[in-house]
Design a protein around this ligand. Structure first.
Ligand SMILES: NC(=O)c1ccc[n+]([C@@H]2O[C@H](COP(=O)([O-])OP(=O)(O)OC[C@H]3O[C@@H](n4cnc5c(N)ncnc54)[C@H](O)[C@@H]3O)[C@@H](O)[C@H]2O)c1
Ligand SMILES: CC(C)C[C@H](N)C(=O)O
Length: 365
């Protein structure tokens, strides 16, 4: 991989390699764009097959956070970390504290939080070394686990997409096929069940499936069968790239709305589902609830204020659909336009000043 060439292509600002022999830490912090503010994005811990795969994941996810934060109206740029390791075996206090010191060394250019493979407890350890971490325990006056809030945002965004597809935002009686019933999707299923939706679920983890079947009367299907089930809405809530050449011909759903990051394998797949008339709620717009929630900590966390902002994901998805219809483009392009235009507006309006003079954390009461 030609790292500088890749960084130049998507205009990345910085890539930081962190190595600590004592704790075994091997981490990569990618900072994509800080036009809107410090880069906020989670830390993923994963067993990558190669260092190149880890670098690519960090870069790709960091850029996604730039778009997510911009489209959500946050004054934050985009970044992400990957820690190379098995979250079931390789975690330790030393490792997360060493990582915390690296974050501190960036002096606020990057702020972290949870992502796949990391938890509130891990954030608390990082917090021992730096204040540039969010999603820490409510005991510190913070917001804790972002997953239920992400789920609430996905639920709100799904309703907005349903309004476009079915003429009503009620999900009562709608059949929703949920792929992956982990942290976010379990809470999403709860909202859907309470509204009277019928659930079809799949997960490679049998216990997760059993819990959804028992708690929400969901019907379980084999992981490979979820794409082709008869349903109104497909909710991808596991890993990315599940909208691809193989799955698209199987889709029966009229709406795609789920929490997974990077749902389209390639942009051409966004074009394909658009041509099929499927209403696609762009991933980084609908799944912004978690980051909106943790970002509120930077102002002194207030859950009521944060939830109100997360509720706004309904309007954000409606706005993206409106732009898509107005400009006759797929929704994924409309979302990119929304994010890029905001970043450009801010870049231009700031260019007259050397810097805006204060860090976002200074507003914390
Ligand atoms: N947690 C958040 O606040 C948040 C915020 C934004 C985006 N996301 C994204 O949402 C997705 C889910 O996040 P999470 O925190 O719930 O993760 P999680 O690990 O708790 O849940 C993911 C679930 O998907 C299952 N899974 C994996 N591969 C599968 C497959 N092929 N078929 C079916 N199930 C499969 C796993 O067994 C697991 O139960 C991820 O893509 C994550 O990046 C999460
Ligand atoms: C900051 C975190 C809550 C970010 C979350 N992992 C996401 O992908 O949006």
């Amino acid at each position: 991989m030609e790292i500088f060439k890749y960084m130049e292509q998507y205009d990345y600002e910085q890539l930081v390699f962190c190595q600590d022999k004592q704790s075994g830490l091997k981490a990569i912090i990618a900072i994509h764009d800080t036009t809107l503010g410090p880069a906020l994005g989670g830390t993923r811990m994963w067993t990558y097959a190669s260092e190149e795969e880890a670098i690519e994941d960090a870069l790709r996810l960091a850029r996604g956070m730039t778009y997510k934060n911009a489209a959500a109206g946050l004054n934050l740029g985009g970044g992400k970390t990957v820690i190379i390791g098995d979250p079931r075996k390789d975690k330790s206090e030393e490792l997360f504290r060493a990582f915390g010191r690296y974050i501190q060394g960036l002096n606020g250019r990057y702020i972290t939080a949870e992502d796949v493979g990391t938890t509130v407890e891990d954030m608390d350890l990082i917090h021992e070394e730096t204040n540039y971490v969010t999603g820490i325990s409510p005991a510190f006056g913070s917001s804790g686990n972002p997953s239920p809030v992400t789920a609430y945002g996905v639920y709100r965004g799904m309703k907005a997409a349903a309004k476009e597809a079915f003429g009503s935002d009620s999900l009562e009686g709608k059949v929703v096929a949920v792929q992956g019933v982990g942290n976010v999707a379990y809470s999403l299923c709860k909202h859907l069940h309470e509204e009277g939706a019928q659930l079809i679920v799949s997960d490679i983890n049998k216990d997760a499936v059993r819990r959804a079947v028992e708690d929400f009367h969901a019907k379980a299907v084999d992981p490979n069968d979820i794409y082709g089930v008869e349903c109104d809405i497909y909710a991808p809530c596991a890993l990315g790239a599940t909208i691809n050449d193989v799955t698209i011909p199987q889709f029966k759903a009229k709406v795609i709305a789920g929490s997974a990051n990077n749902q389209l394998r390639d942009t051409k797949h966004g074009d394909m589902i658009h041509e099929m008339g499927i209403v696609y709620a762009p991933d980084y717009v609908i799944n912004a609830g978690g980051v909106i929630n943790v970002a509120d900590e930077l102002y002194g966390y207030n859950s009521e204020r944060a939830l109100k902002k997360v509720e706004g994901i309904y309007n954000n998805i409606a706005r993206v659909i409106e732009i898509a219809k107005r400009d006759n483009i797929p929704t994924y392009k409309a979302a990119d336009r929304l994010a890029e235009e905001r970043i450009e507006r801010m870049r231009n309006s700031r260019s007259q000043f050397l810097q805006n003079g204060h860090h976002i954390l200074s507003r914390k009461s």
